[in-house]
Ligand binder design. Structure first.
Ligand code: SF4
Ligand code: SF4
Length: 384
């Protein structure tokens, strides 16, 4: 690849233009030197217990593009991309008493973005190979090890806000980001200035004080992570989850850089309002296949996690009219974490039937975690 900088500059601009035609809303280029400054930050996060269970475990994989590249080849450039997604549903659901619904976070609206981004990045990869057929080009969507936000930040695609999100100038943080790695020496773009200033709206709005003020997030306190973890959710976190079935958008909704931002030009991401605000009882008994078909990316942890969150939402709504359905879960579901959640939800109801079910199940429940949950639910004054 013995060309001068001017030559690669021209190739870069042709690739950028083609990327925009492929539907990427921002495109940036950066060098692939390891993100050495992140190593200590990531290790400190781990030591303090701030990691979420979904973060890639190997820190060196996360900061070094060579670990994601072709063996024996030398990566030289990132091509970082962003695609904007909608922030508002296309229509409202008429409010009907007793029609209990939950919320899916915007990042999981519409088609599964992994599929959309992967297909577009594959197309962009072919564009680059048309320019330079002997290049190596590797596609990385966010299931990869690298920290996409750090790449986007270095490539001038976004800056990192105090809510720990990648924020773009035109589309705020309502964007999916991904990248390609290549051994073409593209001239780098200039990183953006961060623009939080003295604003602290996201930190103030976070219901669990999970934002630490230095653009970092305590994943152990983040509601978004809690909605995706399998098994039993601690009672205080159940209360904070509210009606969220997947994810939490609070620290993005309040951000001034998202004010008025609403992208509808990618049809794949425009949601069906009934899918992103589904009736809570419709999640009971759903199979993984059905959940995937209905909820796309929001179903990645399986239907059971969504059903558990629906039970939590019913408990938080004190949905007395759903007591029979919740009681059925406590009495018959074979999964202890589901019965535990049902017991908690019944404990939130101010209703003699709920108390009667809890009393009955206290006598027959054999799992000690569920028995404890029933005891707490029976003793609501002591365990509010
Ligand atoms: S996603 Fe929700 S819980 Fe997590 S940091 Fe943002 S506001 Fe807080
Ligand atoms: S809400 Fe304010 S502090 Fe938080 S990311 Fe947005 S601009 Fe920055």
């Amino acid at each position: 690849m013995g060309h001068d900088e001017r030559y690669w500059h021209n190739v870069r601009e042709r690739v950028r233009a083609r990327a925009r035609k492929l539907g990427f809303d921002r495109v940036g280029f950066a060098r692939t030197e390891p993100f050495d400054a992140l190593r200590d930050i990531l290790l400190a996060r781990r030591a303090r217990g701030y990691e979420t269970p979904f973060e890639h475990h190997d820190v060196e994989d996360r900061i070094d593009a060579r670990r994601s590249f072709v063996p024996d080849a030398q990566p030289r450039s990132f091509v970082s991309v962003a695609m904007a997604y909608p922030s508002r549903v296309p229509s409202r659901i008429r409010s009907i008493p007793g029609d209990r619904r939950g919320d899916i976070a915007r990042s999981a609206w519409g088609e599964d973005y992994h599929d959309v981004l992967r297909a577009r990045l594959d197309a962009l990869r072919m564009v680059i190979l048309e320019e330079q057929s002997d290049a190596h080009v590797v596609s990385v969507v966010d299931t990869g090890a690298l920290i996409d936000r750090a790449v986007a930040q270095r490539a001038g695609v976004a800056w990192i806000g105090k809510n720990a999100m990648a924020i773009t100038p035109d589309w705020g943080s309502w964007v999916y980001i991904g990248e390609l790695i290549t051994d073409i020496p593209f001239p780098p773009d200039v990183p953006l200035e961060e623009a939080c200033g003295s604003c602290t709206l996201c930190i103030d709005a976070c219901p669990t004080d999970a934002l630490l003020g230095d653009r970092q997030l305590d994943g152990s306190r983040c509601i978004s992570a809690a909605t995706q973890v399998k098994g039993v959710v601690p009672d205080p976190m159940k209360r904070k989850i509210g009606a969220r079935l997947y994810g939490c958008d609070t620290c993005q909704v309040v951000c001034p850089h998202n004010a008025g931002v609403h992208a509808v030009h990618h049809e794949e991401f425009v949601p069906d309002v009934h899918r992103v605000r589904p009736p809570l009882l419709s999640l009971f008994g759903m199979t993984n296949r059905e959940a995937k078909a209905q909820f796309g990316a929001a179903a990645w942890r399986g239907a059971a996690v969504l059903m558990r969150n629906a039970l939590i939402a019913l408990g938080n709504a004190r949905a007395n009219e759903c007591i029979d359905a919740i009681a059925h879960v406590l009495m018959h579901d074979t999964r202890p974490f589901m019965r535990e959640t049902a017991a908690w939800a019944l404990g939130r109801m101010d209703d003699a039937r709920a108390r009667a079910v809890l009393d009955d199940c206290a006598a027959t429940e054999h799992d000690h975690v569920v028995r404890e949950a029933i005891r707490r639910a029976q003793d609501r004054d002591r365990f509010p």
